[in-house]
Design a protein around this ligand. Structure first.
Ligand SMILES: Nc1ncnc2c1ncn2[C@@H]1O[C@H](COP(=O)(O)OP(=O)(O)OP(=O)(O)O)[C@@H](O)[C@H]1O
Ligand SMILES: [Mg+2]
Length: 166
């Protein structure tokens, strides 16, 4: 940086991942997002909140979006993907988890704590409630038969990193 030049503090970073909708990838997605936010120096609590929220959204895409009934009807076993898109703008992390699965009929109802359509799989209906509690913003868009998009935002308390190095 030349002397006298104003320091560039704006931080922007973006990444996208596409992976198969299989349960081993829940951990993969959680760790990938955690690694992506590491340069922002999140606290242990922020780290844990982000990992939980990502894990819940990705698990939902895999077990609900592409459930057995959907896979059977579509005849698309092994071809279903989850799309993860993360962006850091300054100290805010944005995460989008998208599937092209069966979609949600009634989003408001689905987001109620304890509501689940899969009690037989021991689901407790708390996934959206956790996403809401652990992130600062949660938006869900869905179309039955087309898929679901979950968008979350979290403001991180600490900033270090790129801007300061330059
Ligand atoms: N990606 C998705 N595609 C289709 N349906 C979904 C999706 N995500 C959530 N749902 C629906 O919303 C309901 C509530 O989701 P939520 O994550 O809150 O609870 P759960 O997954 O049923 O249980 P838990 O997350 O506690 O194991 C689900 O039971 C399901 O019917
Ligand atoms: Mg869930």
């Amino acid at each position: 940086m030349e002397t006298g030049q104003k320091m560039q503090c704006r931080i922007k970073n973006e990444m996208q991942l596409t992976f198969d909708a299989i349960s081993v990838n829940e951990a993969f997605a959680r760790i990938a997002v955690a690694a992506f936010v590491t340069p922002l120096n999140p606290t242990v609590e922020e780290f844990s909140d982000i990992k939980t929220a990502v894990s819940e959204a990705v698990t939902n895409a895999i077990i609900h979006g592409y459930d057995e009934e959907f896979v059977k009807a579509e005849g698309a076993e092994g071809e279903n993907k989850v799309y993860l898109h993360c962006m850091i703008v300054d100290d805010v992390l944005q995460v989008e988890v998208r599937d092209t699965g069966k979609g949600i009929d009634d989003i408001e109802r689905a987001m109620e704590p304890l509501f689940t359509t899969k009690p037989e799989l021991d689901r407790s209906g708390m996934g959206f409630a956790f996403m809401e509690a652990f992130m600062d913003d949660l938006e869900v868009q869905s179309e039955p038969g087309k898929g679901t998009i979950v968008q979350m935002k979290k403001k991180l308390g600490t900033m270090s990193w790129i801007g300061k190095e330059e």
